[in-house]
Write a protein that binds this ligand. Structure first.
Ligand code: A3P
Length: 272
C-alpha cells in the first residue's frame, strides 16, 4: 500500500482500478477512518482515500459500476481494494445493491459503544453547524423529550445496530461480515488489525511497530516506511457534554438493543 503521506507513489507501478474486494460499511463515528488507514499499512491493500457514497447516493448509484470503479485506487493484480463509506450501514437500499455488485465481497463493520457513538455523532454535526455559522440545539434537547428518550432522534437511530445489521443479514451470510471492536481499536490497534488481516485472507504484514501512542493526540498514530501519520483533528475530538442523568437514561435505553446485537453477532461488548 502507499505510504501514508505519498499516495501518488502507489500509481507508479500500478496497472488498473478495480472494484473493491472489501468494504467498510460503518458505523458512522465507529472508527472507520482509523480502520481504513490502518488496513492501508498492508502492502497488499490499496484504499479509496475519500468516502465513495456509491450505493447510498442515488446520483452516484445511477451512474453505474464504471463510475464506482473510477473512484478506486490503482492496484496491481492480487492487491485488495478497500473503500469505506460509513453511511452504507444504516441505508436500507444498500445491502442488496452491494450483493448485486459482488455477492462474495467482504464486509467490515466497526462498532463502538452506542452511547459514546451517539455523542460523537452529535459532536460532529454540531461542529459542522458551527463552522457554517448555523445554530444547533444542545444535545439534551434533541435526545430527551419531557424527560424521556426521543426515539426519533437520528443519531439515536444510527446507534441501534441490531436494526441495521438485521437488514444486512437478510442479504449476506454472517461469516461475510467481520465485526471490529472500535473501542479496542482505540485502546490498542494491533490485535484488531491482525484479526482483520485474517478475515481478509491477507498474509500478516501489519506489525505492532506500525503503531505508537501519541501523547499530544491522545490516540495511536501510524508509522510506515519512516513516515509518521496521525488522523486529522476531526478524529478524536472532545465530546459535547451530557449530564450523568441523561447518560444513564441512554445506557438503560440501549440495554435491550445491545443484547439483540450481541446475539446476532455471537459475541458481547462491554458497553455502558
Ligand atoms: P471521536 O472523534 O468521537 O473520538 P469515524 O472515522 O468513523 O468518523 O470515527 C471517528 C472516531 O475514530 C473518533 O471518534 C475516534 O474515537 C476513533 N478513533 C479510533 N482510532 C483512532 C485514532 N488512532 N486516532 C483518532 N481517532 C481514532
Amino acid at each position: 500500500s502507499s505510504s501514508p503521506s505519498s499516495s501518488s507513489s502507489s500509481s507508479y507501478n500500478a496497472t488498473q482500478q478495480r472494484l473493491p474486494g472489501a468494504i467498510i460499511i460503518g458505523v458512522r463515528k465507529g472508527g472507520t477512518r482509523a480502520l481504513l488507514e490502518m488496513l492501508n499499512l498492508h502492502p497488499d491493500v490499496e484504499v479509496a482515500k475519500a468516502e465513495v457514497h456509491y450505493f447510498n447516493v442515488e446520483e452516484h448509484y445511477h451512474q453505474g459500476l464504471a463510475w464506482y470503479q473510477a473512484q478506486m485506487p490503482f492496484t496491481l493484480p492480487g492487491q485488495l481494494t478497500v473503500e469505506k463509506t460509513p453511511g452504507y450501514f444504516a441505508s436500507p437500499q444498500v445491502p442488496a445493491r452491494v450483493w448485486d455488485m459482488n455477492p462474495a465481497v467482504r464486509l467490515l463493520l466497526i462498532v463502538r459503544d452506542p452511547a459514546e457513538r451517539l455523542v460523537s455523532d452529535y459532536t460532529q454535526v454540531l461542529h459542522n453547524r458551527l463552522t457554517q455559522h448555523k445554530p444547533y440545539q444542545p444535545l439534551e434537547e434533541l435526545l430527551l423529550h419531557k424527560g424521556h428518550i426521543n426515539h426519533g432522534y437520528k443519531a439515536l437511530q444510527r446507534s441501534l445496530y441490531h436494526l441495521h445489521l438485521a437488514r444486512w443479514l437478510e442479504v449476506f451470510p454472517r461469516e461475510q461480515i467481520h465485526v471490529v471492536d472500535g473501542d479496542a481499536l482505540i485502546r490498542d490497534p494491533f490485535p484488531e488489525l491482525r484479526k482483520a488481516e485474517r478475515f481478509l485472507d491477507l498474509p500478516p504484514r501489519i506489525n505492532p511497530s506500525n503503531f505508537y501512542f501519541n501523547i499530544t493526540k491522545g490516540f495511536y498514530c501510524l508509522l510506515s516506511a519512516g513516515h509518521d501519520k496521525c488522523l486529522d483533528e476531526s478524529k478524536g475530538r472532545q465530546h459535547a457534554p451530557l449530564s450523568t442523568q441523561a447518560l444513564q437514561k441512554l445506557c438503560r435505553y440501549f440495554r435491550k438493543p445491545n443484547k439483540h446485537f450481541f446475539e446476532m453477532v455471537g459475541r458481547s461488548f462491554s458497553w455502558c
